[in-house]
Design a protein around this ligand. Structure first.
Ligand SMILES: Cc1cc2nc3c(=O)[nH]c(=O)nc-3n(C[C@H](O)[C@H](O)[C@H](O)COP(=O)(O)O)c2cc1C
Length: 190
């Protein structure tokens, strides 16, 4: 393999695509976020990278919380819409036909039609540059009961999006499970 060195950029892919909700229940907003990540298991933390000029940026700072909602892949049109219109001028809940529903632990509402909603308190803001990192302490996770398998969403039945280099993809097939590489091999039948 002959690799070419290119100008440094955050070349991680694929990313999950999430719809982050913020603002009060009466005037909620949605921002599409591809730069969301798991940050810590205990205490549970996730991070989102948000550009300061976004309408959502100040809403998150004002309330001190946000919700990371995972949409169904079939909602990709709405996902793209929420990432191209600003809540400053558009009611994205109304535009998408989404229902703002009260969260259990934070003031920002959840999206009723998204199968997973991760409610976060804003734990820390790290100022970086074009984007600031909001680190969220996960206060509650709400999952569509019909998709639950051992307390987690059953990804084989959940229609999930991935995002890479400007393109939306469907999550592909499972090709292994954690630890399978070091599990003892079963005896080959003679
Ligand atoms: C697929 C996709 C991913 C995006 N990811 C991010 C992101 O991680 N961080 C960010 O600040 N903006 C991101 N954006 C852009 C914002 O979603 C967009 O600017 C949005 O209109 C801001 O809405 P607001 O002004 O209501 O906050 C993304 C847009 C799309 C379409």
């Amino acid at each position: 393999m002959k690799k070419k060195d290119v100008t440094p950029y955050p070349a991680l892919f694929p990313n999950p695509v999430s719809l982050v909700t913020c603002g009060p229940l009466e005037h909620p907003n949605i921002i599409t976020i591809a730069w969301a990540a798991t940050a810590c298991r205990e205490p549970p933390m996730v991070s989102i990278a948000v550009t300061p000029s976004r309408h959502s940026y100040n809403l998150i700072l004002e309330s001190g919380d946000f919700v990371v909602n995972i949409p169904f892949a079939r909602d990709v049109f709405k996902v793209d819409l929420c990432g191209n219109l600003s809540g400053e001028t558009v009611d994205k809940f109304a535009q998408c036909g989404y229902t703002p529903e009260p969260s259990l632990r934070v003031t920002s509402p959840r999206i009723g039609e998204c199968p997973v909603s991760i409610e976060c308190y804003l734990e820390q803001t790290v100022h970086l540059g074009t984007h600031d990192l909001f680190i969220g302490h996960v206060a509650n996770v709400a999952i569509d009961e019909s998709l639950l398998l051992n307390g987690k969403p059953d990804l084989s039945r959940m229609d999930t999006l991935a995002y890479a280099q400007g393109t939306y993809y469907l999550l592909g097939e499972a090709v292994g499970t954690h630890g399978f590489s070091v599990k003892e091999k079963e005896e080959e039948p003679l």
